[in-house]
Design a protein around this ligand. Structure first.
Ligand code: GLA
Length: 511
């Protein structure tokens, strides 16, 4: 409450500048309020406010997504105003210059933020109108660590709606996918989370309680259904006011939302920074925002796996467990094409030092089976995620599972590399040109991936030490299911492909 009051006072100070007691510069105290009535929903522009203080103009733009953003490089030249905005993202340079041209009580504004061109009329407003468009800022509590909940001792496995369906989801789709996880046998291989990503949210009621949109008539009944299938239900939100697809986030409603999710029977929450990046810009504020939801989830008393999605900023792997998270995205969004998958999986899959039981780097959900890659590329994708001990959240339509896709997602030996009880992260042993050798220590041996990032088939010679297990040993090719001669070092790896080996000591021969 204290923080709310402080923030409110700050906003009032900005919107109602007082004239200083010193001799005011010419025009000091002048205030301009420009109301925007028909903004595109992103970024949901509400108004621009300018005021003149000590001979200089300051100002802000208020929007549904980013709250109150300061006007940068502001110049007021008679009827022409220019400024820039900082996108809400310090990693990206400010927007191009925005222009305002004033004609009496009307003005035209022209600019761009991210992909969105702005070309709109504005009208002069009053202080009373401005207060109706005021964005109520709130602050996260001071950081305190969230005690471990002991969840997700192996990387979470399941299905998520986003990669295949985007926000075109409804209750029936989720039930069908749950049914298919059971009938395909994938549930019994460990794929137990059914995660509804962005697109389920509706409006808040007068008490602020979030309700699903009309496509999800009863979230509790849906959770009951998913649970009746021996599965668990996941949901999605953001610490910002808007999720990435423009639905309601949890800003200002964190504890209330956590309680609602628990009441519905939710078992997993993905918490996606999205518009929150304008409010939480550095390590301290991002961590506080994520800790607030971490505490709120714990306070419900329900075991809810907490998936942090802030794209790997501020080395989240170093503090993810302290905010109650069990997994955290290490990078931006995966796309269903080889180069995107390879960048996430090979180059941006986090620091192996951050991985241990209950703490997982997440290079994003799987694209296996979505059609944009060859089967060889999907085997690379799945092998790389397994070697990285990454969460295995399928992102395809399970009702349309082909044999090839099932052979990949259902490869028990590869799954068991991912789920290995030692929770050791795989590491790149070396990279030479297009060839990468990755190794993961397992409770009962070693997994070795020989990857070819080039287009053409390549011949690769391994070193004896690469196997990590001395003689005698048994080597199995986990995709061809062949046993390999223990001395074999020479492999052919197809373009964008992988040879994935498991090596164990042949104790039977040790006398
Ligand atoms: C972000 C996330 C994605 C997905 C979408 C939903 O882009 O990184 O994984 O959740 O939001 O809008």
């Amino acid at each position: 409450m204290f923080f709310r009051i402080v923030i409110l006072l700050m906003v009032m100070a900005l919107s109602c500048p007082s004239v200083s007691s010193a001799e005011p510069a010419s025009g000091d105290g002048e205030q301009q309020i420009w109301l925007i009535d028909d903004s595109p929903s992103f970024p949901g522009l509400r108004m621009i406010m300018l005021h003149k203080k000590e001979g200089r103009y300051e100002g802000s733009v208020t929007s549904d997504w980013y709250g109150v953003l300061p006007l940068l490089d502001l110049h007021v030249n008679g009827q022409d105003i220019t400024f820039r905005l900082d996108n809400g993202n310090k990693a990206v340079s400010p927007t191009p210059v925005w222009h305002v041209n004033i004609h009496g009580t009307r003005a035209h504004i022209h600019g761009k933020i991210w992909y969105q061109n702005i070309d709109l009329d504005m009208r002069r407003g009053t202080g009373a109108e401005a207060s109706l468009r005021h964005f109520p800022l709130v602050s996260s509590p001071a950081f305190t660590p969230v005690p471990s909940a002991g969840l997700a001792r192996t990387p979470p496995m399941g299905w998520s709606s986003w990669n295949r369906f985007g926000d075109k989801i409804d209750d029936a789709t989720i039930r069908q996918q749950a049914d298919a996880l059971v009938s395909s046998g994938l549930r019994d291989l460990g794929y137990i989370y059914v995660n509804i990503d962005d697109g389920w949210q509706g409006n808040r009621d007068a008490s602020g309680i979030i309700h699903p949109n009309a496509r999800f008539p009863d979230m509790k009944l849906l959770a009951d259904y998913v649970h009746s299938k021996g599965l668990k239900l996941g949901l999605y939100s953001s610490p910002g006011p808007k999720t990435c697809a423009g639905y309601a986030g949890s800003y200002g409603h964190v504890e209330q939302d956590a309680k609602t999710y628990a009441d519905w029977g939710v078992d997993y929450l993905k918490y996606d920074l999205c518009s929150g990046e304008a409010f939480y810009r550095d390590m301290d504020s991002i961590r506080r925002a994520y800790a607030q939801m971490g505490h709120a989830l714990r306070a419900t008393g329900r075991p809810i796996v907490y998936s942090l999605c802030e794209y790997g900023r501020e080395h989240v792997g170093q503090w993810g467990t302290s905010v109650g998270g069990q997994l955290w995205r290490t990078t931006g969004d995966i796309e269903d094409r080889y180069q995107s998958m390879a960048v996430n999986g090979f180059d941006k899959n986090g620091d192996p030092a951050d991985v241990k039981a209950g703490s997982w780097n997440d290079p994003d959900m799987l694209e296996v089976g979505n059609g944009g890659m060859t089967d060889a590329e999907y085997r690379t994708h799945f092998s790389l995620w397994a070697l990285s001990a990454a969460p295995l959240l399928t992102g395809n339509d399970i009702t349309k599972l082909t044999e090839e896709t099932k052979n990949i997602l259902g490869n028990e030996n590869v799954i068991s590399i991912d789920q290995d009880i030692l929770a050791a992260p795989g590491q790149r042993l070396r990279r030479r040109g297009d060839i990468e050798i990755w190794r993961k220590t397992l409770a009962d041996g070693v997994a070795l991936g020989v990857f070819n990032r080039g287009h053409m088939m390549r011949e690769v010679d391994l070193k004896d030490a690469d196997y990590g297990v001395g003689h005698p040993r048994i080597i199995t090719d986990l995709w061809s299911h062949q046993t390999i001669a223990p001395e074999k070092r020479h492999f052919r790896v197809e373009g964008h492909g992988v040879v994935l080996l498991k090596i164990v000591s042949d104790h039977a021969n040790v006398r």
